[in-house]
Design a protein around this ligand. Structure first.
Ligand SMILES: [Zn+2]
Length: 330
């Protein structure tokens, strides 16, 4: 994904930051403690699934590592009891390169009409164009957080869906070719459509005709220690009620330290084509950080996006929240 208007967010954040530290006395009601309805999300498994992807090396389209990791994801989701479809496609990158890509669609409860869509991108960026060292700008990155974390969380969600079916059907999609967007060093003016090629393709060619879901949740960069998830701007534009549903659920699970009740800036990410072309109200749970240079997590699009960034606590917070939303849904 890339920046849309995140710098505006940075200014808003600095104002927000001043208002903490004071408490006001309010009449507290003695509410019953919230009873979780979803099975426990296992952060150790999710961590392993992230690590396994990273162990393939960078997963850039047109490379053997990319093919091998895609095959791994397909076989794991089958092992977790999903009906798996591979949507193979050739998409064109910003510079005209033809990318052999595939979206991986893992479905649960195909007989159910009410469905929830969960998605993440599984490819990694061919460039580390925000690395502090310019010598690294043309190197691919490992994408432990930017890519593998969201997929790892959703793999664990799939493993759990197999053991106990929720009332709704669930489609988990791993989108390809999200992160091949125009690099900062490109000398021509390419357009913003160079991002999210896999989700753009699927949103125009869904894996089943007239595909419908009640709503969609995208996970992107959901693994870093102390991650901060602000209410992302495009999600608020298209699906404010889904943002509220997810943030309220996180609050019920006492994850308010991660799911912050403030709006963040908008980003270009896979939820945009899903909202625009298929009109499935979809949100992005994404690590926004106004104190970082570019507004995302500190190692975004650098050589440092490796397993050292991955925190089991953060994977747990995100995974349990998503599970709880799914298991509450009817
Ligand atoms: Zn990225």
């Amino acid at each position: 994904m890339t920046i849309k208007n995140i710098f505006i967010t940075g200014m808003a954040f600095s104002l927000i930051a001043c208002s903490c530290g004071k408490t006001t006395t309010q009449n507290k009601t003695t509410a019953e403690p919230y009873q979780k309805v979803s099975p426990d999300f296992n952060a150790d498994s999710a961590y392993t699934y992230v690590d396994k992807q990273v162990a393939f090396g960078p997963r850039v389209p047109n490379t053997p590592e990319h093919i091998a990791c895609g095959d791994y994801l397909v076989s794991e989701m089958k092992r977790f009891g999903a009906e798996v479809q591979e949507q193979k496609m050739v998409v064109t990158a910003y510079d005209g390169t033809k990318l052999n890509a595939r979206n991986i669609i893992a479905s649960y409860g195909l007989d159910k009409k009410n469905r929830v869509l969960l998605f993440a991108h599984w490819d990694t960026r061919p460039y580390s164009d925000h690395d502090p060292d310019p010598a690294n700008h043309r190197k691919p990155l490992l994408g432990a957080n930017d890519g593998a974390s969201g997929v790892g969380v959703l793999m664990e969600v799939g493993r759990i869906l197999q053991s106990k079916a929720p009332e709704v059907g669930v489609d988990i999609i791993f989108f390809d070719a999200e992160d091949y967007g125009v690099p900062t060093f490109a000398d021509k003016n390419f357009n913003d459509d160079s991002w999210c090629l896999g989700s753009q393709y699927w949103s125009k060619n869904p894996h089943v005709p007239n595909y419908k879901a009640k709503f969609g949740i995208l996970l992107d960069m959901v693994g870093a220690e102390g991650a901060t998830f602000y209410k992302e701007g495009t999600s608020m534009h298209y699906a404010a009620n889904i943002v509220e549903k997810v943030w309220n659920t996180a609050g019920q699970l006492n994850y308010g330290k991660f799911f912050i009740g403030k709006e963040g800036g908008g980003v270009t990410d896979d939820h945009i084509p899903v909202n625009k072309n298929l009109r499935i109200p979809s949100i992005d749970i994404i690590h926004l950080d106004a104190s970082a240079d570019y507004g995302f997590f500190h190692s975004w699009h650098t050589q440092k996006d490796d397993m050292r960034n991955i925190s089991k606590e953060t994977l747990k917070v995100v995974g349990q929240t998503v599970l709880e939303v799914v298991y509450k849904e009817k």
